[in-house]
Design a protein around this ligand. Structure first.
Ligand SMILES: NC(=O)c1ccc[n+]([C@@H]2O[C@H](COP(=O)([O-])OP(=O)(O)OC[C@H]3O[C@@H](n4cnc5c(N)ncnc54)[C@H](OP(=O)(O)O)[C@@H]3O)[C@@H](O)[C@H]2O)c1
Length: 319
């Protein structure tokens, strides 16, 4: 029997049996061994991002073992260990998936590490190596530095030779981020982060801000950029930026709004981004950490904890 966490309608989940069936042409049947949790799940769970239809299965990141392959699949066989992201439907013990989307896992990366970090790590890759290419000597600001993506960005940016400033909402999160390469933390719940960045940089500002908070931080994030600095917008945990704020942004700064999907649209791109992540892990630049684990049957409660800022690092759900 296979079970999944089904979203019946926004805000209403049920842990129920599902039929998975045999893989069709080009597909694989995957038995999940570990499943990742991402802030993206919270947007779908509360209905602020519309699902393709209800009922549906959330979850965008997982690792597992191939159980069977359909006709036309090459380069993959039963027993292979794989991961994937960002593909909807991972909050299930097993699933069918296009074989083309699967990423082979190196032996050095465990299933739990992959499920925890493959989406977040590939996001960190495109943020730091493609959206704005961090150079040694840069100063950058990463919001939610103790979050899933944030903790990886701190490590990777430090590995690239940047000075890293991170915002966090508590002392415990500050310690966590510092232990992962964040040079300076700012508690943006208690302090004005823009004023603090001005102090830290003697008024010079930063080369790039990685902005994932949205309406609570957007204009202040702009205000701390150097002239011709870059704001990389990749999330809005506090809510979308009101449209009128875009008319207030300074004219001599770059803005890019990005998504992992755009950088992993082809198999070639997906494998290249994943390879850079795994190479950076092998070089000691980034650790793939599992923050906490809980049963997949508690995915609904894990989403609530993520939404209410109770988590640090990455949560893994065990099927
Ligand atoms: N565009 C993409 O390709 C892409 C891919 C992956 C993730 N993302 C985005 O990246 C961000 C981080 O994702 P993640 O999965 O790693 O989550 P996460 O950082 O582990 O969790 C979100 C964090 O945002 C902070 N936050 C600030 N204001 C908040 C609010 N009003 N409500 C809730 N959280 C708030 C909290 O950290 P503090 O308590 O320290 O403030 C919270 O822990 C999210 O915005 C996500 O949507 C985008």
């Amino acid at each position: 029997m296979t079970k999944a966490m089904i979203l019946k309608e926004p805000g209403k989940f049920a842990w129920e049996d599902i039929e998975v069936g045999d893989p069709g042409r080009g597909q694989a049947r995957l038995r999940h061994t570990a499943v990742g949790l991402n802030f993206l799940d919270t947007h779908f769970a509360d209905g602020s991002y519309p699902a393709p239809g209800y009922p549906c299965i959330l979850g965008f990141e997982a690792a597992g073992v191939v159980e069977a392959i359909g006709d036309g699949v090459s380069g993959l066989k039963a027993g292979d260990r794989v991961g994937y992201c960002p593909i909807m439907g991972s909050f299930a013990q097993a699933r069918l998936i296009d074989a083309d989307l699967l990423i082979p896992l190196p032996e050095s990366v465990s299933d739990e590490q992959a499920a925890a970090q493959i989406l977040k790590g590939m996001t960190a890759q495109y943020l730091l190596r493609q959206s704005y290419r961090v150079q040694s000597g840069d100063t950058i600001l990463i919001h939610a530095a103790a979050g899933g993506v944030g903790a990886l960005v701190c490590q990777w940016a430090k590995h690239l030779g940047a000075t890293v400033i991170g915002t966090v909402s508590s002392e415990a999160k500050a310690e966590f981020a510092k232990a992962r390469g964040c040079d300076h933390t700012i508690n943006y719940s208690a302090e004005d982060f823009a004023e603090k960045v001005n102090e830290l940089t003697d008024g010079a500002g930063v080369d790039a801000v990685y902005e994932s908070i949205g309406k609570d931080t957007f204009l202040k994030s702009y205000s701390i950029l150097k002239p011709l600095g870059t704001l990389v917008m990749y999330g809005h945990a506090s809510g979308p930026v009101p449209p009128e704020e875009f008319s207030k942004i300074p004219m001599d700064r770059y803005y890019i709004r990005t998504t992992l999907q755009a950088y992993t649209d082809t198999r070639e791109d997906r494998l290249a981004v994943a390879k850079d992540l795994f190479d950076t892990v092998a070089a000691g630049g980034v650790k793939l950490e599992v923050g906490s684990t809980r049963p997949l049957s508690e995915a609904d409660k894990a989403i609530e904890d993520l939404e209410s800022r109770k988590t640090t690092g990455a949560t893994v759900l065990i099927p």
